[in-house]
Design a protein around this ligand. Structure first.
Ligand code: TRP
Length: 371
């Protein structure tokens, strides 16, 4: 298996998810847990049916408590270091689904401080990206009455009070072992994990009662929960936050996840139809060298990015997806067919998303939390 790296600040290579589950000590989502979820959501969301949300901590407990009448809130976030791409949307789309099904409130953190500390960006830039990215969050369709979006630098009064209480229990040596900080790391970054853990608990303060928290997020964020939030929860008298983890949307190139640093293999939510068409046209497929060969020997959907995109997000219909898979293997369809099909699907999705994103500019005030 090729080398891969998954940390909160770096994800490279082809990720071995079994190894991650083992190394991080999370739990695979079992068939029983899916059945239990189904009782509340009806037909399972595509992300669950296809194993894209695949791992968790205490999601079963969240459901048990919910069945006993104890509600939970959702918490997720974004490090605003650039434009939003399709990969970022996965946990947000899923959070919106959970909000609908469980009538849950959602807290969304924009870590303008974190991205200022780790990237070569000014604070004005990370604040700017925060407001830009917030439009994509809103465009996912969250309920304005139940959704609270905040920037660390602007919602600092509430967050800071919680973060210092957390930080008192976290030694430098803990953060070194969880995040690999060095003596040369800046002290802002060493404190930052307390800021990211704070939203797990401050809704309990807002409501004056202990609230269960469920975090839908890509698995690279796990160190914050495992190493910091779940460790301090009992010390501060709050429930441990639960997580449900997703896999990374692949980039359009041969390997690696979708990443803004490789714009040609990455689809941004603001891309226009021609750009999408070009990017998809140049994507890595499992096709053969010629039409003749493809028809004789068949293609390889297992390594094909076009197929993966249909699998991850853009072919809702399980039957159609399977048919396409089989037809590819049998050489009955050519890569061009699939590329056109996917381009149309993505452009249709983006057209709607961009409309809602435009509308979101007028709705920002309804969503942004200030203190
Ligand atoms: N650190 C995350 C990032 O770089 C942003 C973030 C903050 C987040 N709070 C979160 C992500 C909670 C998921 C869940 O993208």
């Amino acid at each position: 298996m090729a080398k891969f790296v998954v940390t909160p600040w770096e994800v490279t290579g082809d990720v071995n998810y079994d190894k991650l589950v083992k190394d991080f000590g999370t739990t695979r989502i079992s068939k029983q847990l899916l059945e239990k979820t189904k009782k509340h959501t009806g037909k399972l969301h595509l992300f669950l049916r296809r194993g894209l949300f695949f791992s968790h901590r205490d999601f079963d407990k969240i459901l048990d408590d919910y069945e006993k009448g104890k509600k939970f809130f959702l918490y997720t976030g974004r490090g605003p270091s650039g434009k939003t791409h399709l990969g970022h949307l996965m946990p947000w789309i899923f959070a919106k689904h959970l909000q609908d099904k469980f009538k849950a409130e959602m807290y969304f953190q924009l870590t303008d401080d974190e991205k200022y500390l780790v990237k070569n960006l000014t604070l004005d830039q990370t604040i700017g990206f925060s407001y830009d990215n917030a439009l994509d969050v809103i465009a996912c369709g969250f309920d304005p009455k139940k959704t609270f979006i905040f920037l660390d630098t602007e919602y600092s009064k509430s967050l800071y009070k919680m973060a210092i209480r957390i930080s008192k229990h976290i030694t430098f040596s803990i953060t070194k072992s969880v995040f690999g900080f060095q003596n040369s790391s800046n002290i802002g970054l060493i404190f930052f994990p307390a800021m990211q853990a704070a939203p797990c608990f401050f809704p309990s303060e807002l409501k004056k009662k202990k609230m269960n928290c469920l975090i839908p997020a890509a698995i690279d964020q796990d160190p914050y929960w495992r190493g910091i939030a779940r460790y301090v929860a009992p010390k501060l008298g709050y429930p441990k936050p639960a997580q449900i983890h997703n896999k990374f949307l692949p980039g359009l190139g041969e390997s690696g996840k979708m990443s803004s640093s490789k714009p040609n293999t990455c689809i941004f939510t603001t891309d226009d139809p021609d750009i999408v068409k070009r990017k998809i046209w140049n994507a890595f497929t499992g096709g053969r060298g010629s039409k003749k060969e493809q028809m004789e020997k068949g293609g390889n959907p297992d390594i094909c990015k076009i197929y993966q995109y249909l699998y991850y997000m853009f072919e809702e219909d399980d039957k159609k997806l399977k048919e396409r898979y089989n037809n590819c293997k049998k050489g009955k369809i050519l890569c061009g067919d699939c590329k056109i099909y996917l381009t149309n699907k993505i452009n249709k999705f983006l057209k709607e998303h961009q409309k809602r994103r435009q509308k979101a500019k007028r709705q920002l005030d309804k969503f942004i939390l200030r203190d």
